[in-house]
Design a protein around this ligand. Structure first.
Ligand SMILES: Cc1cc2nc3c(=O)[nH]c(=O)nc-3n(C[C@H](O)[C@H](O)[C@H](O)COP(=O)(O)OP(=O)(O)OC[C@H]3O[C@@H](n4cnc5c(N)ncnc54)[C@H](O)[C@@H]3O)c2cc1C
Length: 443
């Protein structure tokens, strides 16, 4: 849906960039990848190639907060698959979502913009001090209590439009301005980082990348030469995959798949931290829950079925009128349902500060408390209220929750001790990696 006079995002196809040479290749134009590519390409003498699995999908609609946060929309840039059966959860599988679009998670997430707790940053600082770096005092350090409810900041601009890292760092304007030194190649996946022969160069050095179309029916293989570095930014789940396909990872696993080992690095794909969520959903008599209002106002009305009750319900809530009003409210004033973030509030707390029953805050500490160990100054629980269903089983979602008005509360473990793994399902880049979240695996 392009306004006739505006210029399109300058996406490159794999053919456009085939056999070219770049200073840096950024694998994954997601949240981090857009920032990295933007910063590197600020210098016009440095050439950068971004290889992104998804499209740019640079549409006006994709900036409407509530619409772009709907990860169930097939055209919204989110993809999902089930993890491996979890040994410590009775073999249960859970559905999880990834972004597959330029801007990555920042195009589809809930836009929550939260600082971590100071003690979390302090532990980074201590690690940095141990490595010999000096401490730089942070003038922005907040003095908020450690336990409490807070209103969240969102990644929206003054016009209540989503601001992804694509918008902030690699927008159409920036990409067009830097077209001489920056190529953004979309709908392409990295298949391998090619290393120089260590016999010739001492250490293996990344000197080429090979990539394919994301569409697995197209079999052509393309290459780009690398003068300086390959920077892998394809996310927590998808970064281990290209590394392992290139021979960097746990030796035994690579050998199982007959992948020649460049470097035996057992940590690749082995320390997956998953903040598991326990969801409590309550049906509500209110007509203002988000899923209900959205579905009826902006689509999927065909799912309503044909019962009289549903037809009456639909007429009573006048979805077309309601939808039109909300749309014009947003278009003209940037207010209303469409301007809302999907999550506006949260409660951070430390389980050690609760009473025995776990239902009341008992002790408060000031963050200046020096007697407590650093971990005691970091919240380990977050409870997020949502005006939607948060069911991780899509079949159940459509069968039950999609049809009722529902509020949910998501309790999240912020400091899980369990660790999971990302392993290759095969040596083919198009095959999704196998994810074991390892939930409850820590005794
Ligand atoms: C549903 C959801 C809601 C969330 N809500 C919030 C929130 O409100 N606030 C918050 O701070 N965080 C939130 N998060 C988390 C946050 O979005 C992520 O932590 C963040 O986006 C991760 O950034 P990244 O750059 O590491 O990876 P991503 O942003 O996921 O980027 C990885 C990119 O790499 C691409 N890619 C993968 N493999 C390849 C390959 N082989 N070749 C080429 N490209 C490849 C992908 O297409 C993707 O664009 C949410 C996440 C999800 C899924």
């Amino acid at each position: 849906m392009w306004w006739p006079f505006s210029r399109k995002y300058p996406e490159r196809s794999p053919e456009d960039v085939d056999c070219r040479e770049y200073d840096y290749v950024v694998v994954g134009g997601g949240t981090a990848g857009c920032v990295v590519a933007s910063r590197l390409s600020e210098d016009p003498n440095i050439s950068v190639l971004v290889i992104e699995r998804g499209p740019a999908n640079d549409l006006w609609f994709s900036r409407i907060p509530i619409v772009s946060s709907n990860i169930l929309r097939s055209d919204g840039g989110a993809t999902s698959w089930n993890c491996e059966p979890m040994a410590h959860c009775g073999g249960r599988k859970t559905l999880f979502f990834r972004a597959e679009v330029l801007g990555g998670g920042s195009r589809i997430n809930s836009m929550v913009y939260t600082r971590g707790s100071p003690a979390d940053y302090d532990s980074f600082v201590h690690a940095a001090v141990a490595l010999g770096f000096p401490i730089i005092s942070d003038a922005n350090a907040p003095d908020a209590p450690l336990d409490g409810v807070c209103q969240l900041d969102s990644t929206v601009n003054a016009s209540n439009q989503r601001v992804s890292t694509m918008d902030a760092f690699l927008s159409r304007e920036i990409a067009l301005k830097r077209k001489n030194n920056l190529d953004v190649c979309t709908n392409a996946i990295l298949s391998k980082i090619v290393f120089s022969d260590p016999k010739e160069s001492g250490q293996p050095r990344a000197n080429k990348v090979s990539f394919k179309y994301t569409d697995s029916k197209k079999e052509d293989l393309f290459i780009a030469k690398v003068r300086r570095e390959v920077i892998v930014c394809s996310g927590a789940i998808w970064s281990p995959q290209p590394l392992m396909l290139s021979g960097i990872g746990p030796k035994a696993h690579l050998e199982q798949l007959s992948i020649p080992v460049v470097k035996d690095l057992p940590g690749v794909g082995s320390e997956l931290v998953y903040k598991s969520l326990a969801t409590l959903s309550l049906s509500s008599a209110s007509k203002v829950t988000l899923t209900y209002s959205l579905d009826r106002s902006f689509g999927r009305t065909s799912r309503l079925g044909g019962t009289h009750q549903r037809i009456l319900d639909r007429i009573a809530s006048s979805p077309v009128t309601k939808g039109a009003i909300e749309f014009f409210k947003y278009l003209l004033f940037r207010t209303g349902l469409l301007s809302m973030p999907v999550q506006a509030l949260t409660l951070f707390l430390r389980s050690s500060s609760l009473n025995k029953e776990g239902n009341r805050l008992e002790s408060r500490v000031s963050k200046d408390s020096t007697k407590l160990p650093p971990q005691a100054l970091v919240p380990d629980l977050e409870i997020m209220p949502l005006a939607t269903s948060a069911c991780d089983d899509l079949e159940e979602h459509y069968r039950v929750f999609d049809k009722i008005r529902v509020f949910s509360s998501l309790a999240t473990l912020l400091q899980p001790k369990s660790r999971g793994t990302v392993r290759l399902a095969s040596s083919k880049p198009h095959d999704r990696p196998k994810i074991d979240f390892g939930i409850l695996s820590n005794p």
